[in-house]
Design a binder for this molecule. Structure first.
Ligand code: G6P
Ligand code: MN
Length: 450
């Protein structure tokens, strides 16, 4: 059984490989292949990956590292995709250009997310086509590549028969943070209902061993004015870093907004990303337009990984824990187990609605729970959603759909409409200013717009 990681040079690769290797028996994996278009970067990451497989976990899983599509995908059963077109340098542009105009600067939300979508749609179609050409007929592509909402809509429109399941680890990261906050040892014991679009959804219930824990989560947030475990809150006060990448630096503001959003709208628990749409002005005020999350990531996660590799080459010593991504790698590997072994376990997936949320369009790409078996996701139907959530979702959905249509048609007009329609953008003039700057910054990445 071969698993190919598309985007092998990612900072997340070592964590994902470790999660796979820890599940080698259930997955019956014999070979892991890393594929990237950046050879130099991937070769470095492969040094740690090799160490994890051979030294740390002492597996006999074969490791292949390649920049050749045929070698990467031939006979693969799973493709774990996590590509980042333009790398962190372009993420920095996605975040900083909108902030110049007083708008939300975020990699997947607002104008930044729309821009990133325009860069990612066509490279992602190439991954699908290469997998179709070379991989096993019954292969699955499990896709983390962002912005997942736009990528999944592009898949639906351009490659409706692709064997791809789009996923996101944010909901499960929230569940993990809640478990730690409430002192629940194993976050996988928490059960929940959820609906939304990617990075745009709500938990409608949450239970632990049958007990409704949403009231406890709310009381916890009221007490601390933030949703983070007490130990993290202490570390933040002392300026110490938490080892959870979702709980450091600029992410701290995001966890504060969880409290405020739930105070105003107590019916459900929002996804963290909703803060950019519901507390837009506050998100801009909390941001540093000259130093955004991309800078933080480049200075920490990316630097630590490549410094660690240098150090290993010099001394032969490595701190394996530093590269472990936990929930992120586990989520994608467990999904592969469910598909391969037909476990019918429940996961959140981004799929075509087809009536699952009755008052959302049939063809909307929604994020909802599904049972996962050999044939793919069996989506769980829900009731009509409330007008507030439905209205927000329709606006976001149409903004993202316009990006996909605009990319396919090369239409400046549709892209301008997408930017203007996005709730984070206050006026058409601002939308146009941001768009025109982004066209410059994305030369060579975006399709030509006329
Ligand atoms: C969450 C989201 C991902 C996103 C990531 C950013 O995990 O689900 O889609 O890429 O956060 O984290 P970062 O540490 O790069 O800011
Ligand atoms: Mn995500």
């Amino acid at each position: 059984m071969i698993i190919t990681i598309a985007g092998g040079g990612s900072t997340f690769t070592p964590g994902i490989v470790k999660s796979i290797a820890l599940r080698r028996e259930e997955l019956e994996v014999t070979e892991i292949r890393l594929f990237d278009i950046d050879k130099e970067r991937q070769d470095k990451v492969a040094i740690v990956v090799n160490w994890i497989l051979k030294e740390e976990l002492k597996t006999d899983i074969k490791l292949t590292v390649t920049t050749d599509e045929k070698e990467a995908y031939t006979d693969a059963s799973f493709i774990f995709a996590q590509i980042r077109t333009g790398k962190y340098a372009m993420r920095e542009q996605d975040e900083k250009i909108p902030l110049k105009y007083g708008c939300v600067g975020q990699e997947t939300c607002g104008p930044g997310g729309l821009a990133y979508g325009l860069r990612t749609i066509f490279p992602m179609m190439k991954v699908i086509d290469d997998a179709e050409k070379y991989a096993k007929k019954d292969h699955w592509i499990l896709n983390y590549s962002n912005p997942a909402a736009i990528v999944s809509e592009a898949c639906r429109k351009l490659r409706p028969n692709a064997r791809i399941i789009n996923i996101c680890d944010m909901p499960i990261a929230i569940v993990d943070i809640i478990a730690q906050s409430l002192g629940i040892k194993d976050y996988t014991e928490i059960e929940y209902d959820y609906f939304g679009l990617n990075h745009f959804g709500w938990f409608t219930s949450m239970t632990h061993q049958g007990r409704d824990i949403l009231p406890e989560v709310k009381a916890y947030m009221k007490k601390h004015q933030i949703l983070l475990p007490e130990s993290y809150i202490e570390n933040i006060k002392k300026n110490l870093n938490a080892d959870n990448r979702h709980a450091v630096s600029s992410w701290v503001h995001v966890w504060e907004t969880m409290y405020e959003m739930t105070e105003y709208f107590p019916d459900y628990l929002p996804n963290t990303y909703l803060n950019y749409y519901l507390l837009t002005k506050e998100a801009v005020e909390a941001a540093n337009p000259n130093h955004t999350r991309a800078n933080e990531v480049m200075e920490t996660r990316e630097k630590n990984l490549f410094d660690g590799i240098e150090q290993f080459l010099k001394t032969g010593e490595i701190n394996g824990e530093a590269f472990y991504a936990g929930a992120h790698g586990n989520w994608i590997s467990d999904l592969a187990i469910a598909l391969k072994n037909d476990t019918r376990q429940r996961f959140l997936v981004i799929v075509e609605n087809r009536g699952a949320l009755p008052n959302m369009p049939y063809d909307a790409m929604v994020e909802v729970p599904a049972y996962i078996g050999k044939k793919g996701p069996e989506v769980i139907a829900q009731d009509n959603i409330s007008l507030f959530q439905q209205g927000l979702m329709m606006q976001q959905l149409n903004s993202e759909k316009l990006i996909v249509e605009g990319a396919i048609e090369g239409s400046y007009q549709k892209i301008l409409q997408a930017f203007t329609l996005n709730k984070t953008v206050p006026s058409a003039r601002v939308a146009k200013q941001i768009l025109d700057d982004m066209i410059e910054a994305n030369k060579g990445y975006w399709p030509e717009l006329k």
